[in-house]
Design a protein around this ligand. Structure first.
Ligand code: FES
Length: 346
């Protein structure tokens, strides 16, 4: 039976069938919605159920806590509508909307950043112009019919027609058994064509916030964090900008020269690289969240940006919540592998 999904405080109504997922219906109707994993893992699509009959599918309690569900919040990607429904977006005033693009790109540069992370620079050949906000991601088809999500590591360009605007940079980590990332490691070559669509994701830089920033990255989660920090520093944010970059060992560290250059250029920028599996002079030792917990003195006026393995993102989110940071000030991008997506909604 046909039903309707209403967006509160607007005239927007999306048609749907009984049992449709609310996010699917809204996206299909062209309604701009924040979303990321579409699996109930990240919490990006969280919104308020104003009224209507719904059924929840499985989701992670990290994405939506029992308290939030009891207050009437839902995950639009894991909620079926079984009658006319009204929902309200939580982050309305902050929702950035860039047109979704479907582009053909050429591989312009490949570089080993570490033993298992490759820097992939693409040049947009057709389908642009592409605009995005620092921290967002794209879907890339390195192999036909095998699409994976990767965050842009470059800072968005100022103008649409510049060479910079046609260049996209990604950090691709080899995932054991991962078809796409193994292809990138071993077979992708300069000059090859790949399909890219985007931008997506809501864990992006809140440009109007000029206060202190705490960024925590794990592994190739550095990509969106580099974009966010590069953008806020270049835009003149003079409040403390603090980066913690957690990796296993020295051989996993990359772009330290970039952090050094930022620290020399911007007196408000400081960084700490944390090694979990070995000790080395000049580097902190332990889990990145343990080091943040030791050094963090206050969170007032601060926003946090987190990106990396889900376990790190969850621990950092918990820590910042315990220290009094409001959920609206924590912007988290957990890097789920394809294996996570297939089996992990618990
Ligand atoms: Fe719904 Fe991630 S998009 S929880």
């Amino acid at each position: 039976m046909s039903i309707a999904i209403h967006l509160a405080d607007s005239d927007i109504v999306a048609p749907a069938e009984e049992g449709d997922l609310i996010l699917d219906a809204l996206l299909l109707a062209g309604v701009p919605m924040a979303y990321s994993c579409q699996q109930g893992n990240c919490g990006t699509c969280k919104c308020e159920l104003v009224q209507g009959e719904v059924m929840d599918l499985d989701y992670s309690e990290y994405a939506l806590t029992p308290e939030e569900r009891a207050r009437g919040l839902i995950l639009a990607c894991r909620t079926q509508a079984w009658g006319d429904v009204t929902v309200r977006r939580l982050d309305d005033e902050e929702l950035v909307v860039h047109p979704e693009r479907f582009m053909r790109c050429k591989v312009a540069l490949l570089e080993d950043l570490t033993h298992d992370i490759k820097r992939v620079v693409l040049k947009i050949e057709s389908g642009g112009p592409y605009s995005f906000t620092a921290g967002q991601y794209a879907k890339i088809e390195f192999l036909p019919l095998t699409t994976r999500d990767y965050s842009m590591a470059n800072v968005p360009a100022a103008g649409a027609d510049t060479d910079d605007a046609k260049r996209l940079e990604f950090h691709v980590r080899a995932v054991p058994g991962g078809a796409a990332s193994q292809f990138v490691q071993g077979k992708l070559a300069v000059g090859q064509t790949v399909r890219v669509s985007g931008p997506y994701g809501a864990s992006y830089l809140r440009e109007s916030h000029q206060g202190a920033i705490l960024a925590i990255a794990g592994g190739s989660g550095l990509a969106p964090i580099e974009s966010i920090l590069g953008r806020t520093l270049a835009a003149g944010n003079s409040n403390p900008v603090r980066l913690y970059f957690g990796v296993r060992a020295l051989r996993d560290v990359y772009h330290e020269d970039l952090f050094k250059a930022w620290a020399a250029q911007y007196p408000n920028f400081r960084y700490t690289i944390v090694l979990s599996n070995e000790e080395a002079p000049g580097y902190a030792h332990g889990l990145v969240t343990e080091v943040v917990a030791r050094e963090l003195t206050g969170v007032i006026g601060m926003k946090a940006y987190l990106a990396g393995p889900p376990v790190m993102v969850e621990a950092a989110t918990r820590l910042l919540g315990e220290r009094g940071m409001a959920a609206r000030d924590i912007h988290a991008d957990a890097f789920y592998t394809e294996a996570d997506r297939q089996g992990n909604t618990a």
